[in-house]
Design a protein around this ligand. Structure first.
Ligand SMILES: Cc1cc2nc3c(=O)[nH]c(=O)nc-3n(C[C@H](O)[C@H](O)[C@H](O)COP(=O)(O)O)c2cc1C
Length: 204
């Protein structure tokens, strides 16, 4: 990793204060999600959906659903990150580009579809995968924002049922997290100290 990449990881913070005068173009929003979707997903399911909330009216609605958190109104965009319950039937088409590009053999794609069908028959495993994929996507989105010189703030404090209804989530879409992205305003906290490595790391 380059020094700059390390520095970006080491100094990322959850921004709470954003410059309300700062906006992002559709191209910038697209670039952020293009980068976010470089995150891995099981079987390359890519079982996520991102809604970029940036109009004043939509921000006001989402802010209400996020316990009135002001950053939703002030940040240029707040992304609603949905994870999708894996569906083995969609996996074949999702793997087709990798087969066509000769990255993976067609027979292997068939095997993966069968394996995924068995793995996600358990509803809890299915929901876990939706949350896992969305979480990886959100984490990559935050790093992408950092790399593009933008601040980000994850939000878990929101009305999940309300957000699902507001953004027409189907029954297999789980609203996992909101991520506000924009230009930081002065006054944000620095990154908070982390637990000691010895408390969180075991080397087996
Ligand atoms: C899943 C998740 C949910 C969070 N929800 C909120 C939230 O609703 N509002 C908020 O201000 N910060 C929220 N945060 C930010 C955390 O408070 C923050 O990441 C933590 O205090 C560490 O700070 P740092 O990211 O600046 O190091 C959330 C973070 C995560 C990962």
């Amino acid at each position: 990793m380059t020094t700059q990449t390390l520095e970006q990881i080491e100094t990322r913070v959850s921004a709470n204060l954003f410059d309300p005068a700062h906006h992002l173009t559709e191209a910038q929003i697209g670039r952020l999600i293009d980068l976010a979707t470089r995150a891995p997903t099981a079987y390359n399911l890519q079982n996520w959906r991102f809604v970029a909330v940036r109009s004043d009216a939509e921000k006001a609605r989402l802010k209400d659903l996020a316990n009135g958190q002001q950053k939703v109104a002030d940040a240029a965009v707040t992304f609603v990150v949905f994870g999708v319950l894996p569906d083995a039937a969609t996996l074949g088409p999702r793997l087709r580009p990798s087969v066509d590009a000769e990255i993976m053999p067609g027979g292997m794609a068939t095997t993966w579809v069968t394996a995924a069908g068995a793995q996600y028959a358990d509803p809890r495993a299915s929901r876990d995968e939706a949350v896992r994929s969305a979480s990886f996507g959100a984490a990559m989105l935050m790093q992408a924002a950092r790399a593009m010189g933008l601040a980000s703030g994850p939000i878990g404090g929101f009305d999940a049922a309300g957000v699902a209804a507001a953004y027409a989530a189907s029954g297999d879409e789980v609203p996992v997290v909101l991520v506000s992205v924009g230009r930081a305003a002065p006054g944000n906290w620095p990154q908070k100290p982390r637990r000691a490595l010895g408390e969180v790391l075991e080397i087996a």
